[in-house]
Design a protein around this ligand. Structure first.
Ligand code: ATR
Length: 274
């Protein structure tokens, strides 16, 4: 039986074992996938033991994505840009390959599952933390007309935009003043403000009648940002549940060269949340 795991701290609420078990079942594969609580200073040692013990692939979640990035022998382009690794795979030569599937997960959820377009769109990203850095390369690959990063701490957004400007001159970063008097086709909330029930004061005039709003987190209830979008008649509103399943599907593909059907698994998780 091929062995996989997700390492994190905390890890109790991880849905990854359930998602990967559902994927494996689709192909009749027998795999083992465990959620492992790793002590704060033990990531590298634990990952080493896992692969020495025959582990085939590892997912990495908070707070170890940077350590996984350091541990990898080689990195995909998107993992390099993300500065973080959420997927480690052992190559046939015994090398640890580091990848980051979060961004492609987000993009696929928006395009394939929701039918939204990023190409040519005016995109606003709220927040400038690790979650944003993790998805910028795949977002820019879709060639948005503009990608504006607006953050509470303007400097962080400015710096982040500068790091990616070689990929696209559509990207800019700054404070909340950047959105003044402007409209966006797609607004992505990646600030953790909503988790504490706070949100920046978003003017409804940001929305056109066709604007789509995406929150990168999910829960049993709509987030503050999603409620704002719905109240102001956004065209479409979505949470990050599909992103979670899509990033897992991309990891599964990296490890096993099979593309799972994500729709059924998203539905299954959605029903379990209710
Ligand atoms: P993550 O991995 O989720 O991106 P992070 O790197 O800590 O976590 O980034 C958190 C993001 O949420 C940042 O953009 C942060 O803004 P600052 O850079 O100004 O700290 C944003 N954030 C968190 N709490 C917030 C709040 N109460 N109001 C506005 N933005 C907030």
């Amino acid at each position: 039986v091929d062995k996989y795991a997700v390492f994190g701290n905390p890890i109790k609420h991880s849905k990854s074992p359930l998602i990967h078990a559902a994927f494996a079942e689709q192909f009749g594969h027998a795999i083992q996938y465990r959620a492992v609580l790793v002590e704060m200073n033990e990531f590298a040692a634990a990952a080493g033991r896992f692969f020495e013990g025959g582990g085939k692939g590892l997912n990495i979640t908070v707070p170890f994505k940077h350590e996984a990035h350091r541990l990898a022998d080689s990195l995909s382009r998107r993992a390099m840009r993300a500065g973080a690794v959420n997927t480690l795979a052992l190559s046939d030569e015994g090398e640890l390959l580091g990848d980051n599937t979060d961004g492609v997960g987000l993009v696929r959820d928006m395009i394939a599952n929701h039918g939204w377009s990023i190409n040519g769109a005016r995109v606003l990203v709220i927040g400038a933390g690790g979650a944003v850095r993790g998805v910028l390369e795949p977002l820019l690959r879709e060639k948005p007309r503009e990608l504006v990063i607006a953050n509470r701490t303007p400097d962080k957004a400015v710096t982040l935009a500068q790091e990616f400007v070689d990929l696209s001159d559509a990207i800019t970063g700054g404070g909340y003043d950047l959105w003044e008097g402007r409209q966006f086709d797609l607004i992505i909330n990646a600030s953790s403000a909503g988790l504490s029930g706070e949100m920046p004061d978003l003017p409804p005039s940001l929305l056109t009648e066709r604007s789509c709003c995406y929150d990168m987190v999910y829960g049993s209830e709509p987030t503050v940002f999603m409620r704002w979008a719905a109240q102001n008649a956004a065209w479409a509103v979505a949470d990050g549940l599909g992103m979670l399943v899509e990033q897992a599907a991309e990891s599964f593909y990296l490890w096993r060269r099979e593309r799972p059907d994500t729709g059924a698994v998203i539905l299954q998780l959605r029903e379990a949340l209710a």
